[in-house]
Design a protein around this ligand. Structure first.
Ligand SMILES: [Mn+2]
Length: 467
């Protein structure tokens, strides 16, 4: 009750918090987002309307939420990064005002903003994002829109994990209102398919503005990988190696990581999406690090596998070399026109031959035991980005090339191979006749990794009090 009174008094007197200073200057521009909406509209069928929702907020613990992460499609089309918003795009101009898009945003609220942060509000959405028709979310229900008059209502999967909330400007109320206005009772597959088709075809090709951010996020992630290669030793914990990545990402202005970091030593490196990162010592094992930063929404996805003591054993080297060779062979077909499915076929081919040669498998079908995932995915606003996986490579697509071999203990092969897990992952920009490896700044050859490991890291000199 006390807190309520405090809030109430505050609300009467509080001015809006001051606008923010010293922000990064390289965010995507409003012209970029406007351009993406134009491109989206161009792919909409005649007499259609598209609706995009923000992601719900997520509970971290009791009354504390996770840091909010916007829906990448909403961010791509608007630049709006707050929760509780809806974007409505029309193929043809509507009403006497001839508007072809409406954005519903969170209402400004002086007292809430002193607790949970600044809000862009209607004016901000107009001046900073370039919208002309903007309303507060609470006005969506009363907004006159007859979805029945359109031939097609295009929308993404409606989030089902939204906590019930009685506030009229909360996402829960906005979704309820949309479903009732559009007469939606079950998931409309046809509509979400069209939404995916449009967003896949836009987001799979990176614009020059996006390429600037992609180059940055991958480059700074490489610096982080290289610094860990120099700093790591058998006594370092997985968590500390993870922390070095995180520090360097933030040093270069990244907001965080594009996905939960995978930092696994030995047996842990054989777990594909290992995320505990809690082994207190890496010991004399291989350390697999699949870590990439998120910079202004764009994710890197880089994996390096390194020996904690700076030198690969003969067995580790033999497995590493197969994965390296698989990458090299896949790179050769990275250019416009290659069917995307061929990347994995090629990687599988090289790994199969390599494992047979080492006597680890005899039947080629068994390659799936040690290489159970695909070789490539699109990369961008989502780490597993949107794109047409059944299509062919096109100029300015970015995909990962990430073969791997994982041999957990008790595998049916000579035990000298046990607990070796190797993945090498690079971020590849496709060109007309070739490719550019955006993550080439971090060494991939075992010889180059061993050479870099000999160098000293700034982190080796950091001394902290014993506690
Ligand atoms: Mn990946």
């Amino acid at each position: 009750m006390k807190q309520f009174l405090f809030l109430f008094v505050f609300a009467l007197t509080a001015p809006f918090v001051q606008s923010q200073e010293n922000l990064p200057t390289d965010y995507l521009t409003k012209e970029f987002h406007q351009g993406r909406r134009e491109a989206f509209r161009a792919l909409m069928p005649a007499n259609s309307v598209a609706v995009v929702f923000s992601y719900p907020e997520k509970v971290f613990s009791k009354d504390i939420n996770y840091n909010y992460h916007p829906n990448p499609d909403m961010y791509y089309l608007t630049g709006y990064k707050e929760p509780d918003a809806i974007l409505v795009l029309f193929k043809e101009p509507q009403g006497t005002e001839k508007y072809n898009e409406v954005l519903f945003v969170r209402e400004r609220n002086a007292s809430r903003e002193t607790w949970t942060g600044r809000r862009l509000g209607i004016e901000g959405a107009k001046s900073k994002l370039g919208f002309t028709t903007v309303y507060n979310g609470k006005d969506f229900n009363a907004f006159a829109i007859d979805f029945a008059k359109f031939d097609k209502v295009i929308y993404d999967e409606i989030p089902t994990d939204v906590a019930e909330n009685n506030s009229p400007d909360n996402l829960y109320a906005l979704l309820k209102s949309f479903k009732s206005k559009a007469g939606i009772t079950t998931a409309n597959e046809a509509s979400t398919d069209l939404f995916d088709k449009i967003t896949n075809s836009l987001r799979e090709i990176k614009t020059p503005e996006e390429l600037v951010l992609m180059r940055k996020t991958v480059k700074l992630s490489c610096v982080a990988h290289n610094e860990v290669m120099k700093a790591v030793g058998p006594d370092m914990s997985e968590n500390e190696a993870d922390g070095i990545h995180a520090y360097i990402h933030r040093h270069y202005g990244a907001e965080g990581e594009g996905y939960p970091p995978i930092v696994g030593a030995g047996a842990n490196g054989c777990i594909l999406h290992y995320g505990d990162n809690n082994a207190t010592k890496i010991d004399n094992q291989l350390l697999l690090m699949d870590v990439g930063s998120e910079y202004h929404g764009y994710s890197a996805d880089v994996t390096r596998t390194i020996p904690a003591n700076g030198k690969f054993t003969e067995e580790q080297k033999a497995i590493y070399q197969i994965v390296y060779d698989a990458q090299e062979e896949v790179f050769k077909i990275c250019k416009e026109g290659t069917p995307i499915q061929d990347l994995n076929k090629k990687a599988k081919e090289v790994i199969t031959a390599g494992l047979i040669k080492l006597g680890i498998i005899t039947d080629p079908k068994d390659v799936r035991i040690y290489y159970p995932h695909g070789c490539s995915h699109f990369l961008g606003l989502d780490v597993h980005d949107k794109g047409n996986y059944m299509g062919t490579l096109k100029e300015n697509m970015i995909l990962t090339v990430e073969p791997g071999i994982y041999i957990p203990a008790n595998s049916k092969c000579d035990k000298k191979w046990w607990n070796i897990g190797v993945r090498i992952e690079d971020d590849i920009l496709m060109l007309k006749d070739s490719y550019e490896n955006l993550s080439a700044d971090s060494p991939r050859k075992w010889q180059d990794i061993e050479a870099l490991a000999k160098q000293k890291s700034t982190f080796n000199d950091m001394k902290f009090p014993k506690i």
